[in-house]
Design a protein around this ligand. Structure first.
Ligand code: NDP
Length: 296
């Protein structure tokens, strides 16, 4: 019998922990504050930002959104980040990607105070994670670790294959699976668009995390019996409905489910966890900055 992970249910249990930690902070007069900065122009970004705002409201984080004209010079964004860095009521800063082409992403990520970098993308935080001393784990792979734990999957000793090597999912996922800590200790292979014989690698895997952005690319015939599958993909495909599209993962759920012992579907798996781990990191940031210890 395949265990299908319910990402919404797992997210809700993590949000309960987050709410309890917020109560502990509030008791000491600290309200966690998250600022989301939106400079990019696409509809998807605006939707994500409003989802983050709603999630903050729902758990009791003071969420604010700062919008910057996409045609403004990069300096306008730098100034906003500097102001937020200096604001004691703001504990977490998130700059929504993608940015307009004229704004250098690396400069922006380095500008955020590493103690407020709740995305975990500042080079200092990336370095800490890679060296096994994480401050803020990146939200999507951290959420995946929580999903695996919820299904009693311990990656220790597993042959894990991560499909995708992006900075936000593939690389940090591979790193976390490799760490000598709980949720790690796997033997990790990372695949990408230049990988030869991808199916040979996925067939040899006990755990596959698919983060490629290709609808239903991973099919059951590429998997072995009893495998654990995590689908990160969130792809818009044309559909005959009001919106004209629907969301689908990187995994062909039907055929993969026939092979898997545990599978996290998309939608309904990793998606709800990503925003939840952002709330988690914001509370952690508030704890670190205020010196009030909380249980998380
Ligand atoms: P990127 O486009 O940044 O990275 C995709 C990766 O997949 C790249 O490393 C690329 O290789 C690799 N790739 C592309 N085509 C193939 C192929 N045919 N075979 C093997 N590897 C391939 O994507 P992200 O990591 O940002 O996102 C991946 C997916 O996850 C997307 O669908 C995205 O929407 C979703 N996502 C979902 C989140 C959630 O919270 N649910 C959060 C973040 C992302 P190369 O490096 O060689 O180009």
């Amino acid at each position: 019998m395949t265990h299908v992970i319910d990402g919404n249910a797992v997210a809700e249990t993590v949000r309960d922990d987050v709410r309890a930690a917020i109560d502990e902070l509030e008791a000491e007069g600290v309200t966690p504050g998250l600022a989301t900065v939106l400079m990019g122009g696409d509809d998807g970004s605006a939707t994500y930002v409003s989802m983050k705002q709603r999630a903050c409201d729902e758990v009791g984080i003071d969420g604010t959104t700062v919008e910057i004209d996409p045609d403004a010079p990069a300096e306008a964004l730098y100034e906003t980040i500097d102001e937020l860095n200096a604001d004691p009521d703001i504990h977490g800063i998130l700059v929504q990607m993608p940015l307009p082409d004229h704004v250098p992403k690396r400069e922006v990520l380095s500008r955020v105070d590493p103690l407020k970098d709740v995305d975990g993308f500042h080079p200092e935080n990336v370095g800490r994670m890679v060296s096994g001393n994480s401050r803020f784990k990146p939200c999507t792979p951290h959420g995946i670790q929580k999903l695996l734990a919820s299904a009693d999957v311990d990656p220790e000793g597993m042959d894990a294959v991560v499909l995708g090597r992006s900075e936000i999912v593939g690389k940090p996922m591979a790193n976390l699976l490799l760490q000598k800590t709980d949720g790690g200790n796997a033997t990790v292979t990372v695949c990408h668009s230049r990988t030869q014989d991808l199916a040979e690698k996925t067939r040899a895997a006990d755990l596959v995390v698919a983060a490629v952005g290709r609808p239903e690319m991973l099919t059951g015939d590429m998997l072995s019996e009893g495998v654990v599958v995590i689908d990160v993909g969130t792809n818009r495909v044309d559909a005959d409905n009001e919106k004209g599209y629907e969301l689908t993962g990187d995994v062909d759920f039907k055929s993969a489910r026939e092979k898997a012992s545990v599978i996290s579907p998309s939608p309904g798996g990793v998606g709800p966890m990503t925003i939840t781990m952002l709330l988690y990191n914001t509370v952690k940031a508030a704890s670190l900055q205020s010196g009030v210890d909380v249980e998380l």
